[in-house]
Each structure stands twice: as structure tokens, then as C-alpha cells.
Design a protein around this ligand. Sequence first.
Ligand SMILES: Nc1ncnc2c1ncn2[C@@H]1O[C@H](COP(=O)(O)OP(=O)(O)OP(=O)(O)O)[C@@H](O)[C@H]1O
Ligand SMILES: [Mg+2]
Length: 321
Amino acid sequence: MACGDTDDQPHTRTEGIYQHCENCGDSGAPAADNAAMMLLVPSDVLRPRRVDEHFAAEADAARAAGHQVALVDHDALAAGEAHRAVQRVPAGAVAVYRGWMLDCNSYAGFSTAIADRGTRLRTGPEQYRRGHELPGWYTTLAAFTPVSTWTVGTDRTAFDNARQTLGPGPGVLRDYTKSMKHYWHEAAYIPDLADGPAAWSIAQRLSELRGDDLAGGFVLRRFEQFTGAEVRTWWIDGVRRLVTAHPDTPEQVPPADAHVPGLAIAVAGLALPFVTVDLARRTDGVWRVIELGDGQVSDRPATTPAETLIADLLSDPGKVG
Ligand SMILES: Nc1ncnc2c1ncn2[C@@H]1O[C@H](COP(=O)(O)OP(=O)(O)OP(=O)(O)O)[C@@H](O)[C@H]1O
Ligand SMILES: [Mg+2]
């Protein structure tokens, strides 16, 4: 079994430059052995025939490596207009998306609309949900991450039950997909889970700030004291392929000892095509999982070249040593 803990070397690959079609975003790459994997990226909102600037380097890297690249309309996907969103996507490929976050229903519509065009998203909708939302991965990674409970919806009774299940002491609040970490004392950190009214006011602020984007319900987590920057690890088919800085701290080189014993087997057990796992060092020196996410919507730190990520993401794992 591949342990997945050492393979973060860059991989060689055949390179080729293809003319980018301005109409559909297709690279025009020939059907080489690696060209069947297509990269889908969001189009620019104002210039829909161009790649959204945030993902342009990854699109360029994919084209240069001989992959097809096609544009999707992220706003149309998020609005539930998936068929309109994917009308530039050609048929006959397996596709990986790199783009802005989508809620699980939008992703399901995306997957169906792509399939209707004769192409397949490598990550299916059920897989996306298990990677994107904490309840989907928590049980499998429970030994490696702060103890967590959650509610379905934003009802106060359910919140109090979840809070009491965790017991007293400090906690951290988020929803199934995101925290409001930049509003730490207002909407994320709960000084004492035993203080019901104070905890509920934090929860209400989270609801207010997340608004319609609030995903699933409340997630309450036991607070653990971390030190230093987070590390982002990238996994393809359950194998760790790349270790980078976290996008919030791009200049922080990942420490060589950022390792969680047993994690590789657990991540492989999730059987997800492409995920990221963020790690942080607890003050007692133990590396812990902060969160797992779907790799398609995980931001790349500015210090990781697009070529590096694309090489790991789109290459055939069977060819990597
Ligand atoms: N249980 C915990 N104990 C202490 N700190 C925590 C805990 N959970 C999260 N944090 C802190 O809160 C931050 C945000 O949490 P988390 O990564 O779950 O949310 P996020 O908004 O999805 O982040 P990202 O921007 O990485 O997507 C973490 O980077 C970490 O610093
Ligand atoms: Mg995070």
C-alpha cells in the first residue's frame, strides 16, 4: 500500500503548447495519453471568453502540459443554471474543476449538466459532499481532528444539544464548509460552551455573517491550542501528492515534520479523488487536522507555482514514482 507520506516530489511529464481557442477555452490539444483529463475553470465575469484571472495560471499550465481546458460560468452554476453554465464544455473527457466554491446542490447540477454533454466530472456529487462538508469526512478523521458536533439547520434547541454534547470549555464554531475566522471573537470563538446565552449570540452572528451561504448547520468543535502556520496537503486518490503553505500564510515554508501518523490510511479510506487536508501543530507538538476540503475548490497559495499543482493534479498516478 502507498503510504502517501513521502511523495511530494515534482514529476516529469511531456510538455506541449497548444493554441487556446478564444471561443470555448479549449486548448485544441491532441488526444495524447494524458489529454483525456480536462480542466474546467471559471470564465471571467466581464469577459466570458477568458479565464477568470484567479485561475488563469492553472489554465495556462494545464494547456502547456497538453490538457484540454474549458470554461464554465461559475455564477450560472451557483444560480442553478448548470446547463447554461457548461455550454462551452466539449464531450468525451473526464474533467477536474478548479474554481470558486460551489454548494453541494450546485455541484450536483454541475455534474449532471456535464454528463449530459458527454463528459464526466472525476469527483461525483456524493464525493464532493463528503469532501466539502465536515460531517462527510469527520467520522473517518475523528482521531486526528478536534472533537466536533453539528446540527442540521440553525435551530437553537439543536444548537444547545450539540453544545452540551461537547461539554464545558472553549469551542470553535463554523458551518459545514466555512468559518468566519476573520470575526474570531464575534462569530467563531466560544470562550465557554457551558455559557448558553453567550454561545448562542456567537452562533447568531455566524448566521448573520454567512447569510444565505450558511451551509448545512452549525459545527461546534473543541478548541485546541495551535502554534505556527497551517500546512495544506493535497491528495489524489488517497495518496498525498503535494505539501504547500496554507493560502493565508503563503510565505511560511511547510515544516518537514508536518506529519500525522495514520492519516494516510484514513484519507485513503475516504476514497475521494481529490482533497486537501490542512494541518496545524498543537502546542504539545502533535500535528492535527484542521479540516479536509474538496481539492477542486481549495485555494492554491501564491507561493506554489500553478505548474506544480497541475502536474500533480492531472497526471496519471500510475506513472508517478
Ligand atoms: N478546534 C479548533 N481549535 C482551535 N482553533 C481552531 C479550531 N478549528 C479551527 N480553528 C482555527 O480557525 C481557523 C479557521 O477554521 P477552518 O479552517 O475550519 O475554517 P475555514 O474558514 O474553512 O478556513 P479556510 O480559509 O482554510 O477554508 C483555522 O485556520 C484555525 O486557526
Ligand atoms: Mg481552514
